[in-house]
Design a protein around this ligand. Structure first.
Ligand SMILES: Cc1cc2nc3c(=O)[nH]c(=O)nc-3n(C[C@H](O)[C@H](O)[C@H](O)COP(=O)(O)O)c2cc1C
Length: 322
């Protein structure tokens, strides 16, 4: 169903939440959205052990989306076969367009569970998890695709082993963040490897879509990366900060200050309406990205950082503008 090439909004915990995605949906929709990652163990525990009602379950709130966000893929992390199977079934029933398995997150608490980037060191389990997620989807009477998001290795690049291993599980798509776990986000993404990654897929005969990710700053650049590498799609993360118009081809500087402020106001309303009871300081992380690069931006930012609700933020902006 996706165009070729296609451009995806990356999963980013505490950034691409329901409110931020709603903003992007209104101002510049990608070809496909991904949710923030959600713990499969957590979902199982809250629903099946603690019996938390669905409308009070914070993880289900993280999985809230609007119809206009479709196609939207939900990302899971975990390493337990049973809970991953279970969580995939929940996601399929919620009407998502796909389930993505996180095999790249370097967060210590995630890796301690054997999940995220730790799976690069556990290829047998990685393939079992793809099977488990497929099973869970099938058990829910659905046929939605399964994808993986990973890196090029753990301590060192192991593309020639790792990509064929994942392809054995026949995922529908693989996103490769073009760095090792050890490199975190500290070196430039290794786009020079993407063509090799695509060729490994071609050589295997698999139909898996290959998506490149890392350090793409503009839509133009994303299109160039497709031409250079042969990737089916490009996933973009941090370039969306303060620029919800990324996917309609705008750079941050293309957007007049008034429009950026109007977007921040719209976003604060979505946050209050949709993300509550998440504390307002999570929203405030975005202020710097929007209020930036114009006269007196620093002063305004300082004032906005002292606000504690959307109403206070909007009143401060109105006072400043008027
Ligand atoms: C704040 C933040 C949160 C992230 N959360 C996730 C996540 O939940 N799942 C995931 O697979 N990757 C996550 N990532 C990694 C991004 O999806 C992406 O792979 C990385 O930022 C590189 O792409 P970029 O250079 O376009 O930002 C996160 C990155 C950032 C900066």
């Amino acid at each position: 169903m996706l165009p070729r090439p296609f451009f995806a909004l990356a999963p980013m915990a505490d950034v691409t939440d329901v409110a931020f995605r709603r903003l992007v949906m209104h101002l510049g929709k990608p070809d496909v959205f991904f949710t923030e990652f959600v713990s499969a163990d957590g979902l199982f525990h809250l629903r099946e052990i603690k019996k938390v009602p669905d409308d009070e379950n914070p993880l289900l709130r993280d999985l809230m989306y609007a119809r206009g966000e479709q196609p939207i893929v939900a990302q899971l992390f975990g390493s337990n076969i049973e809970t991953m199977r279970y969580a995939a079934g929940v996601i399929a029933r919620l009407g998502f367009a796909g389930v993505d398995i996180n095999m790249g997150c370097p967060d210590r608490s995630v890796e301690k569970q054997g999940a995220g980037a730790a799976l690069i060191k556990n290829p047998v389990r990685a393939v079992e998890l793809i099977e488990a997620v497929k099973d869970g989807i099938k058990g829910a009477g659905s046929e939605i695709p399964v994808s993986i998001k990973t890196r090029i290795g753990y301590d060192k690049e192991i593309i020639d082993e790792w990509i064929p291993t994942l392809l054995k599980g026949k995922p529908d798509a693989i996103t490769v963040h073009l760095r090792t776990r050890k490199e975190m986000s500290e070196v430039s993404a290794h786009w020079e490897y993407m063509e090799r990654i695509v060729k490994l897929r071609d050589a295997s005969g698999a139909k898996t879509l290959m998506i490149g990710n890392g350090d793409v700053h503009t839509l133009e650049e994303a299109k160039e990366k497709v031409l250079q590498s042969g990737a089916d799609g490009i996933m973009v993360g941090r370039a969306i900060f303060g620029n919800p118009w990324f996917f309609i081809g705008r750079t941050f500087d293309d957007t007049p200050v008034e429009e950026r402020i109007a977007a921040l106001i719209m976003f604060s309303r979505f946050f209050e309406e949709l993300s509550s009871p998440k504390p307002f300081h999570i929203f405030k992380k975005h202020i710097k990205a929007f209020v930036n690069g114009f006269p007196h931006a620093t002063e305004l930012r300082a004032k906005l950082m002292n606000t504690n609700s959307a109403d206070e933020l909007i009143a401060t902006l109105n006072k400043w503008g008027g």
